[in-house]
Design a protein around this ligand. Structure first.
Ligand SMILES: NC(=O)c1ccc[n+]([C@@H]2O[C@H](COP(=O)([O-])OP(=O)(O)OC[C@H]3O[C@@H](n4cnc5c(N)ncnc54)[C@H](O)[C@@H]3O)[C@@H](O)[C@H]2O)c1
Length: 355
């Protein structure tokens, strides 16, 4: 396989089989809830393999050895972060640890794949971006939903004008738990919507309002975020760890069409409605005529792919071919900036925070 290796740190060649391939050797830190998905997808790629998994918890390491006997395990992340055998490090640990681990990885010449949200502060994100640039290394932030068939299809329909000018993006992302201890529910669940909105909507939000409340462990477990965009476009995100049922439903309203994305549907995740409202104004205000359009509904075909599989392949491609990922550190930074603004607003019971 001909791969242009423009980055000197990716040069390992497997000679174990005849079609000797260039392989990206990956170390994964964190094998809790999400880590196994990362390990499975990087280990299953043709052009990458997971060499070592690090976790502080011995039970996690036991699970690694059971599932992947060929992967080394360690509880000492310094060993992984300095290993000359490793080209790239995936950071799949709680948010407060992302910065230090990613920074050490970059300092040791490793490309990094970091979980969302990228860091705890914009200052940390900026420092990592600068460090990676200086060392000619890649950062990818795991904004998994950008690799789903549904989000890709919505992007096509927005870009080709099917929906027309956008009016709103309104998402409900609620379930019971999983409680995080180091971040509130906005930092845990809203990065999904914030990264999707950044990807789908050309404009950037100008102001944010957030409200929420804490009930159990000192951090907000229910939160509402409103994002104000230019041209009256508005975004709203409802996140909640205390919901009796799991809901993953997003409405996107456009001038020409409206759509519903129900991510819990096995088939027909997307439904597009030819519905809308038209106002015709007469000479006087009372002559305003409202006409409703209630046309057909259809379910566009959505590619059935495992998002993380596509994302892992994209990471390997970006590193091996020296491409800047669209979900790079800068994309991660923008999400963190919106979350910081949301926190500020939340602390002041919904004050408007300009971005
Ligand atoms: N992209 C997604 O859809 C998605 C989904 C879930 C979680 N996440 C993200 O993944 C990250 C981890 O979340 P989780 O739910 O798996 O958390 P978790 O608490 O279940 O797992 C974290 C693991 O990291 C280990 N760990 C913590 N600090 C460590 C250190 N310094 N060195 C080695 N091991 C360490 C812990 O022992 C634990 O096993 C978070 O950033 C979260 O936001 C992303």
């Amino acid at each position: 396989m001909a791969i242009s290796l423009s980055d000197a740190s990716v040069s390992r060649v497997s000679t174990s089989n005849e079609s000797s391939e260039n392989l990206l050797n990956i170390g994964v830190i964190g094998y809790g809830y999400w880590g196994p998905n990362i390990v499975r997808n990087f280990h299953g790629q043709q052009r990458s393999r997971v060499v070592t998994v690090c976790d502080k918890n011995p039970n996690s390491l036991q699970r690694v050895r059971q599932a992947f006997p060929d992967i080394q395990t360690t509880s000492d992340c310094a060993q992984l972060l300095t290993s000359p055998e490793i080209d790239a490090v995936a950071v799949v640990t709680p948010v407060w640890t992302h910065f230090e681990l990613a920074k050490t990885a970059l300092e040791n010449g490793k490309h990094v794949f970091v979980e969302k949200p990228f860091t705890c502060t914009t200052a940390q994100a900026e420092e990592l971006i600068e460090l990676a640039e200086r060392k000619h290394l890649k950062i990818m932030v795991d904004h998994t939903f950008l690799f789903t068939g549904a989000v890709r299809r919505m992007k096509e329909m927005i870009d080709d004008g099917t929906l027309g000018e956008l009016y709103y993006y309104d998402s409900t992302r609620v379930n019971l738990g999983l409680f995080q201890h180091d971040v509130n529910v906005l930092w845990d669940l809203a990065p999904h919507d914030l990264s999707i909105m950044d990807y789908l909507i050309k404009e950037k939000p100008e102001a944010i309002v957030a409200t929420g409340e804490r009930h159990l462990n000192g951090v907000a477990d229910i939160g509402f975020m409103t994002l104000y965009y230019p041209n009256n476009m508005i975004g709203h995100i409802n996140v909640n760890w205390l919901s009796p049922v799991k809901v993953r439903t997003t409405l996107i309203g456009g001038e020409r069409k409206m759509l519903v994305w129900n991510d819990l549907e096995a088939d027909e995740k997307l439904k597009v409605y030819d519905r809308g409202v038209q106002m015709t104004t007469g000479e006087a205000v009372y002559q305003t005529l409202v006409s409703y359009r209630t046309g057909d509904m259809w379910a566009p075909r959505v590619e059935q792919i495992e998002a993380l599989k596509a994302e892992a392949a994209y990471f390997v491609d970006c590193v091996m071919n020296n491409k800047t990922p669209f979900n790079d550190g800068v994309a991660g930074l923008h999400v963190v900036r919106m979350l910081e603004a949301a926190d500020l607003s939340l602390q002041q019971k919904g004050r408007v925070v300009q971005l």
